[in-house]
Design a protein around this ligand. Sequence first.
Ligand code: CU
Length: 186
Amino acid sequence: MSSERIHSGLVSPEGRWWTDVPKQEKFWITLSFIWCLILFAMMPLWHIRGGQNVSGIRHKVDPTDYVNRVERFIQEYGTGEKQGGPWNIPVVAPPPGAHVYLLGRMWQWYPVLRLKKNTEYILHLSSADLNHGFSLYPLNINFQVIPGYDYALKVTPNQAGDFRIICNEFCGIGHHMMVGKIEVVE
Ligand SMILES: [Cu+2]
């Protein structure tokens, strides 16, 4: 009868896929599973031992409030200097331990920060408009900068010199010009 050939949940279809898993397949499943566990364990390990996957302090913030906070930060600790380039950007030298506010927006990192070596700061990152990517060169430290979220990190610069912040999240026509600066002084 032709009705016997119709597959349903009640009648097992013919074939061999429900037969025992071959040895070879078992071996690869086991190997992949072990590898998954290793990668899973690496996440906390990178956090503890590798200095990566930094845990930050996060809260919601209205983008306008954040922009105002950055302006207040500049008024408080700005050194009045300006850097060249397509925009004039204030330079801010906050005191040790201060809350440092950095804003990402189309298409600049604002302001330029002047920090002291071996001094701890709390660095706040947020965006005024859309997603940007904070990428610190040449160290290659990366964070997502998201409008509406204030992401704060405890940072202690341990090298003096000029560091560039580039945007690694495409944010429009001026994305490639979005270069900021952190100066670390002795
Ligand atoms: Cu950007």
